[in-house]
Design a protein. Structure first.
Lengths: 435, 181
């Protein structure tokens, strides 16, 4: 089974159970916060005077426990990390917003969710914080327009994770964070002993066992490592629907599940030049053309709007492809013929980039199809062209300045093709996270 | 064990809070299940602005149309409450209430430091709420959505937000010490 479950990634009226599930998650969240003492502002504020470090202990225990379990599931191949919401990095609005939150924390004595636990148990200060919160969020909505450019662009890095920042494997980051947390727990207890006059001998001994278990699990996560792209590729499944029109009745819709190799051998991911071209004028999708050939070939001839990403650099741009473009983006990879494009497609789908397709016959086929009526394109067929090489000889490198690089949509209004693209909207990106 | 019978929900025997490491571990499992099943973590501040957007949309729909920030949530026929974070928000309210109920902690009271009046505490809580949620919307998430969830998923920006929150609070703690000590 592959997690997260596609039917549960967003609430939708089509699946009312999602409301119940998210409601239950919230219930458990509020319950644990209240039972840990976060309905009481004194317990929260004590964190900042070193008398009681419950906030840090609860928060970091939660983080490391969830982290070890999450990356354990990722390492064992049950959970697809690319489908887990990772807060995009907005450096400056994050730092300034964080500092402002810190001020609100020490003045108000709560953070938003703990104020819910407090208000719901009858604490009047918790209710006042909640009320203030509604005003604060409203004020942000009213003032955002004055700094919207800064808010949306300053220090924007997209989906960046700590393993990328430090250039070490995910499992190593998990292990380091767990070690850091254990050290912080030890430090917090010392601070509580010094500032809070707490008798540490009364603390339950079992916490040492818990710390050891946590460490062993983190070590296991580190040793398991991450599933290779190949392992992920072999586990992929694609769901395709096939609509058969019926006379005098509703069409029959069949659903088939294919492996990635089935998709290739059944040619379900190969789209004709006509379909690739028409996608540009289709309102429901946003095609992105990825040209995985060498820069030299790209400079000789490439279709308009195509982005040159040589095959060996495809893995580098994957994080960007997962987060940046709108959810209805369709990626069309192309090489001269198909070999390199198929390689690139395998990398993309294994990395979790949805809606990836291959241009059938590659750029050669595009030229054969749209170049027929292009007088500006005076090229000869190269009889010695090998597999997946450019079949034509270009006297000059004109890139996309041939007419056939951007065919006229009026001229080619009527094009017949068998539509292969089936748009999958896995996640409404604006709906993830706290945003 | 107390054998006291329950007269009202307010006179249940009050039980102590759980040990922080235990509470944290349970919270961690909840967060893991949320990430595993839905790919989303925990959060709440997003729901505050969505409820705000709904109120504005009811009172003055034209104002929504002139405000790009609100437009994203409540523009056209969009229902601002149609987001995963809204059921999480109401679930958390009910969950907090339930824990308070089962542990005998439902009580109208004000939690505050020993040296300030109830009214001052209310005012400070209110102002703190205003400031906190303003910052939370700016940072695109609060202690739950950024620090807890983003911290777990190893989002680089979330770790910065987390440090900034603690930095801001520690930086000001000395100056507001009379509110708490």
């Amino acid at each position: 089974m592959n997690f997260p479950l596609p039917s549960l990634v967003a609430v939708s009226a089509a699946n009312p159970w999602t409301y119940v599930l998210f409601g239950l998650i919230g219930f458990a969240f509020g319950f644990t916060l209240e039972m840990s003492g976060f309905g009481d502002s004194r317990k929260l504020a004590a964190q900042f005077y070193f008398t009681e470090l419950t906030v840090l202990k609860v928060m970091f225990t939660a983080i490391v426990v969830a982290m070890v379990l999450t990356f354990g599931a990722v390492g064992l191949g049950y959970l697809d990390y690319s489908q887990v919401w990772v807060n995009p990095t907005y450096l400056w609005s994050g730092i300034i917003g964080g500092l402002i939150m810190g001020v609100g924390f020490i003045v108000g004595g709560f953070c938003p969710t703990t104020s819910l636990a407090s208000a719901s148990t009858g604490k009047i200060d918790g209710m006042m914080f909640m009320l203030g919160g509604f005003i604060g969020a409203f004020l942000f909505g009213e003032t955002e327009q004055y700094f919207t450019n800064w808010y949306n662009n300053a220090g924007y890095y997209g989906r960046v994770t700590l393993d990328q920042v430090f250039g070490i494997p995910l499992g190593a980051v998990v292990l380091l964070v767990v070690l850091m947390a254990l050290f912080m727990f030890w430090g917090s207890e010392q601070l509580e002993r010094i500032f809070g006059k707490k008798d540490l001998s009364k603390e339950p001994k079992i916490r040492v066992v818990g710390a050891s278990v946590l460490f062993v699990m983190a070590l296991a996560v580190f040793l398991i490592g991450n599933p290779s792209l190949e392992e992920k590729y072999n586990k992929l499944t694609f769901t395709r629907t096939e609509t058969i029109p019926q006379e005098n009745a509703d069409p029959i819709v069949n659903t088939h599940v294919y492996t990635a190799n089935d998709m290739l051998s059944n040619r379900l991911v190969f789209i004709t030049p006509a379909e690739a071209f028409k996608a540009k004028y289709n309102q429901i999708m946003n095609p992105i053309y990825l040209d995985v050939r060498s820069e030299a070939d790209y400079n000789l001839y490439h279709i308009d709007d195509a982005i040159n990403v040589p095959l060996e650099r495809v893995t580098e741009i994957v994080p960007m492809l997962i987060t940046e473009p709108p959810a209805n983006s369709v990626f069309v990879v192309m090489s001269n013929d198909e070999a390199a494009a198929v390689q690139a497609w395998k990398i993309l789908v294994a990395s979790g980039v949805s809606n990836s397709y291959i241009l059938e016959g590659g750029v050669n086929n595009w030229i054969a199809f749209f170049g027929k009526e292009d007088e500006s394109l005076k090229v000869e067929v190269n009889p010695n062209a090998g597999d997946d090489q450019l079949k034509y000889v270009f006297p000059v490198a004109l890139g996309n300045r041939y007419k056939s690089c951007s065919p006229n949509p009026v001229e080619y209004e009527e094009l017949e093709f068998e539509a292969k693209i089936q748009l999958q909207l896995k996640r409404d990106k604006s709906g993830g996270g706290c945003g | 064990m107390t054998t006291q019978t329950r007269k009202s929900i307010f006179t249940r025997p009050e039980k102590p809070y759980v040990h922080p490491y235990f509470g944290g571990a349970v919270l961690g499992v909840v967060l893991f299940l949320a990430l595993l099943l839905t790919g989303n973590g925990l959060g709440s501040s997003g729901a505050t602005s969505r409820i705000d957007a709904l109120i504005v949309d009811v009172i003055s729909p034209s104002h929504v149309d002139n405000n790009p920030y609100l437009l994203k949530m409540a523009g056209g026929d969009k229902n601002p409450l149609d987001d995963w974070i809204v059921p999480v928000f109401f679930g958390a309210l009910f969950g907090g209430f339930s824990s308070g109920f089962f542990n005998g902690r439902l009580k109208f009271m004000t939690t505050k430091g020993p040296n300030i009046s109830d009214r001052t505490r209310w005012l400070m809580a209110f102002l703190g709420g205003v400031v906190f949620l303003y910052g939370a919307r700016m940072a695109r998430g609060c202690t739950s959505g950024q620090a807890l969830t983003g911290g777990t998923t190893l989002a680089a920006g979330s770790w910065l937000v987390m440090f900034a929150i603690f930095g801001g609070a520690y930086g000001l703690a000395y100056f507001v010490r009379k509110f708490w000590n």
